[in-house]
Design a protein around this ligand. Structure first.
Ligand SMILES: C[S@@+](CC[C@H](N)C(=O)[O-])C[C@H]1O[C@@H](n2cnc3c(N)ncnc32)[C@H](O)[C@@H]1O
Length: 276
């Protein structure tokens, strides 16, 4: 087997385990992330690393290491801010009818360090849900356990606040050294957990959700993981619920059980048959 064949086997394993696909253009980037792992394990080639990940008794620990180093965890507060406006202006008023029982249930899938989930809390608070006595539960999950740990800490580098102006920073964060701690009131109704969206039969604990955010995640997925994640969301979403994807993750022209719906200037998704 050539070195190129071994490299392809490794890519296929990464895609099977995590759903992640690495185009040839990102090969250098991936190699630079994996090389320290080969060195740490005393392995001499990507072929040997593939065999370790496929068969070694400690493969689980190494896969968990890969979940920390492979994904792109880029995120920040109020990224694609128009989605939070749509949520409070169009979606919540429809879902928060007096007949609805229990909290507004939201899932953030691929939440990274929690910036997106906490942006939703802040948006709901600004919209006056607390004053109106409308509670929420935001479940947020990610593959990377280090991201989940940071989300639980609520402590952020300045880059996470790049879309917040000075008054917003002062209102929502306390400076702590050169970092920023999210004020505790904005953590209300949130719960973070590890989950791999690429595995079959994933159970999402708070389903059914009225809203699912999965933004800038599916863009990194192979075709199989893309459809698997959508099938998790289809099972977990309430019949009248809404799915928000990132701007480069359109389902238009792709096979899926969701239909695009225009809300304001944006496209969001609902289950087929849910009405427009
Ligand atoms: C680019 S970040 C996007 C974060 C946030 N949704 C946003 O839009 O700002 C992508 C996140 O998806 C997570 N991710 C990648 N593969 C995943 C998988 N198979 N299951 C769950 N999360 C995954 C990564 O760990 C990363 O934190």
């Amino acid at each position: 087997m050539t070195a190129e064949d071994e490299w392809r086997l490794l890519l296929a394993l990464v895609s099977r385990e995590f759903g992640l696909v690495f185009q040839d253009a990102r090969r250098g980037h991936l190699e630079s992330r994996l090389t320290p792992r080969l060195q740490a394990l005393g392995l001499e080639s990507f072929g040997a690393y593939h065999r370790y990940l496929a068969r070694h008794p400690q493969r689980g620990a190494e896969l968990s290491m890969l979940a920390r180093i492979l994904p792109n965890n880029e995120t920040y507060f109020f990224r694609e801010a128009h989605h939070f406006d749509l949520l409070v202006q169009h979606v919540v008023p429809q879902l928060s009818m007096p007949s609805r029982c229990g909290p507004l249930r939201v899932l953030c899938a691929g939440c990274s360090t929690g910036d997106e989930a906490y942006s939703i809390v802040i948006a709901l608070q600004r919209a006056g849900l607390e004053r109106a006595g409308l509670p929420w539960q935001i479940d947020a999950c990610d593959l990377n356990p280090e991201c989940i740990a940071q989300a639980n800490q609520g402590l952020y580098e300045v880059g996470s606040l790049r879309a917040c102006d000075e008054p917003e920073r002062a209102a929502h964060f306390c400076a702590q050294g050169d970092r920023f701690r999210l004020r505790s009131e904005h953590r209300k109704g949130t719960s973070f957990f590890e989950a791999n969206l690429a595995v079959a039969g994933l159970e999402l604990p708070g389903a059914p959700y009225q809203v699912i955010f999965c933004r800038n995640v599916l863009i990194y997925f192979c075709e199989e993981a893309f459809h698997r994640a959508l099938s998790h969301f289809h099972r977990a979403l309430d019949q009248s619920g809404y799915l928000f994807l990132g701007h480069s993750e359109s389902l238009i022209g792709r096979r899926s059980d969701f239909q695009p719906v225009r809300l304001g200037d944006s496209i969001v998704y609902r289950k087929r048959g849910a009405g427009s």
